[in-house]
Write a protein that binds this ligand. Structure first.
Ligand SMILES: O=C(O)c1cc(C(=O)O)c2c(n1)C(=O)C(=O)c1cc(C(=O)O)[nH]c1-2
Length: 245
């Protein structure tokens, strides 16, 4: 499908419309998480699976960084690596995510081993990393644009989880606070980039397709969490079992 050439602002509106329709804040598992309808084991399963997403983001950003053609772009993108990996042991977003899994009572070595992952988590996250590796730079940058919508979901999540779960504290949710400033900074850059560089109908459709793909990555991770851990729970063989942890 080619379609007509959109103005940069029409392209932005089309991207935002995709988020309004497809972002994972609309998924029933997220609604249940934020509204306090999950038990501790189900929150554990969410955090354990999301760990793989968090831990893979810097690898995804490193593959893109290596392909970026200018120092200016690389300088912008390398900040993301520092945000996630930190610049010393124990710092950065992945380390802060492990504070969440610690706080939920999960064994750190077990989380990091990835042994308890749901198969669909692995498929979805690996597909995202491969997409960013294999597609055009424009599509790779566009696929990060779900972050346009993440500050809203993160604010809802932090407020909702603190209100509803007695096993959640502000310290365990420390991961999310810096994201409220990092995500808008990152997505402002990515949005300006795609608005400037998607100059043909084909490129614009590719950008829109990249965002739809990414929404599907996030959505499908929640689909399997719901299938596996919400009654009637159908946990795949080998995946995290709360009763056995
Ligand atoms: O909590 C969330 O719902 C959420 C969503 C997303 C996203 O929309 O991809 C990211 C994050 N968090 C996040 O913490 C994060 O570091 C991040 C990086 C990226 C990316 O695609 O590069 N997305 C996200």
């Amino acid at each position: 499908m080619s379609g007509k050439l959109l103005s940069p602002d029409e392209l932005e509106a089309a991207l935002r419309a995709i988020g309004a329709e497809r972002y994972h804040n609309l998924h029933p598992f997220h609604r249940a998480l934020h509204d306090g309808r999950l038990n501790r084991a189900q929150v554990q399963a969410w955090a354990l699976n999301r760990y793989y997403y968090q831990a893979s983001i810097p690898a995804k950003d490193a593959t893109l960084l290596a392909r970026l053609p200018t120092a200016e772009l690389r300088r912008e993108w390398r900040r993301r690596l520092v945000d996630h990996d930190g610049d010393a042991p124990g710092t950065g977003g992945v380390a802060r995510w492990l504070k969440l899994t610690d706080g939920l009572g999960l064994d750190r070595a077990y989380v990091e081993s990835l042994e308890g992952l749901l198969p669909a988590t692995r498929f979805a996250v690996d597909a995202y990393v491969a997409f960013v590796r294999d597609r055009s730079i424009l599509e790779a940058i566009a696929s990060s644009l779900t972050e346009l919508f993440s500050p809203t979901i993160i604010s809802e999540r932090v407020a909702g989880m603190l209100r509803h779960y007695d096993f959640i504290t502000p310290e365990t949710l420390a991961y999310f606070q810096p994201r409220l400033t990092q995500a808008p900074r990152d997505s402002d850059f990515a949005l300006a980039y795609v608005k400037e560089h998607a100059r043909t109908p084909e490129q614009q459709q590719a950008v829109l397709g990249a965002l739809k793909f990414k929404c599907g990555v996030l959505w499908s991770m929640l689909d399997e969490l719901e299938y596996a851990y919400v009654n009637p729970a159908r946990i795949p063989p080998g995946a995290f079992r709360p009763d056995a942890a």
